[in-house]
Design a protein around this ligand. Structure first.
Ligand code: SF4
Ligand code: SF4
Length: 316
């Protein structure tokens, strides 16, 4: 699912921020602000945030918002915009100057990913401290993959700790444990940890990389938790025909049971991600499959949860 124009992508040293979403009730305890970091070492075919995969900024086009004023076409010196082109943008010509975004009156064209310093992020998330305090909430670091820059994450989590803000990290687990443990781990209050497959070949096929380090890192973090460290909650997204096989769920349950894990999450599949690919010009063949376009039934989810229950793992 990578695109040809990625060759020209500028690689920022600090990660870009995709969005800071306030008042979230779905990303950890209480009311939270979620900082979405852009860039991910995995390439999961069902990714709900496809605009978070690349590290560099991107141009997004939402056809439903376009009022056909053609101001952007006139502003583009590269002639990269045309109604005769599928998706409106000739991405092989676009230099990501974002002049078109500046003149677009409707927000149909937008820039995805912005540079933000730790200080700027802190100004934004500190505004909601009263909400965090009253609800037992805090800040969730998500993505993309927040560990894409350990240095930046270290600085950000140190600042959050200093401000006494509960900090939860959502991670795919593919990071260098030594640096993570010394630079980030001491600043965290909670970790949500994705385990998508037990089988390495399937992980390579659907996520674009081996899961060896991911499983090793999970084992290390869970051992630390058992010795009084940061709580780690394993989560598995249930993706139809991909991760939701009884074999995969039962293999993950065995892996968790062997490590004395008592609680885990099976995340219900949400099919509302296809349009996001179109907006950033990604042609994902999986998004055309019928099974990927519908919600999973309650019965199916309950049957998979039963596999965990049989292994002595509570699903929360
Ligand atoms: S970002 Fe710049 S080059 Fe790309 S379409 Fe917009 S104006 Fe043209
Ligand atoms: S400037 Fe915005 S609203 Fe006007 S044609 Fe371009 S995308 Fe559409």
């Amino acid at each position: 699912m990578r695109r040809p124009e990625e060759k020209a992508e500028a690689k920022p040293t600090s990660p870009l921020v995709l969005e800071i979403k306030g008042n979230s009730l779905d990303d950890g305890p209480g009311i939270r602000s979620v900082v979405f970091i852009k860039g991910c070492p995995l390439d999961c075919v069902w990714c709900h945030n496809p605009e978070s995969k690349k590290r560099g900024s991107e141009l997004s086009f939402d056809a439903e918002l376009c009022v056909a004023c053609d101001a952007c076409i006139e502003a583009c010196e590269e002639k990269a915009l045309s109604r005769r082109v599928k998706g409106f943008i000739r991405r092989d010509r676009c230099t990501l100057c974002f002049r078109c975004v500046e003149v677009c009156p409707s927000g149909a064209l937008s820039r995805v990913g912005r540079e933000m310093s730790v200080a700027e992020i802190m100004v934004k998330v500190k505004r909601d401290i009263p909400f965090y305090k009253n609800s037992g909430g805090g800040v969730t670091l998500s993505g993309g993959e927040p560990t894409i820059s350990i240095e930046f994450l270290s600085e950000l989590t140190r600042a959050l700790k200093k401000a006494k803000i509960h900090t939860l990290l959502e991670t795919c687990g593919l990071f260098e444990m030594g640096r993570f443990r010394s630079m980030v781990y001491p600043n965290l209050n909670s970790i949500y940890y994705d385990i998508k497959f037990a089988d390495e070949k399937l992980h390579r096929k659907y996520c674009g990389a081996s899961n060896k380090i991911i499983l090793e890192n999970f084992s290390t973090l869970h051992e630390l938790y058992l010795k009084g460290g940061v709580p780690v909650l394993p989560r598995t997204p249930l993706v139809p025909g991909i991760t939701d096989s009884e074999k995969n769920i039962s293999d993950i349950a065995d892996f968790l049971r062997d490590r004395k894990v008592k609680k885990a999450v099976l995340l219900a599949y949400n099919p509302l991600w296809h349009e996001k690919n179109d907006k950033i010009g990604v042609d994902n063949p999986y998004s055309r499959e019928k099974k990927m376009r519908s919600f999973m039934t309650r019965e199916r989810i309950d049957a998979l949860k039963e596999i965990y229950r049989s292994a002595g793992i509570e699903t929360v």
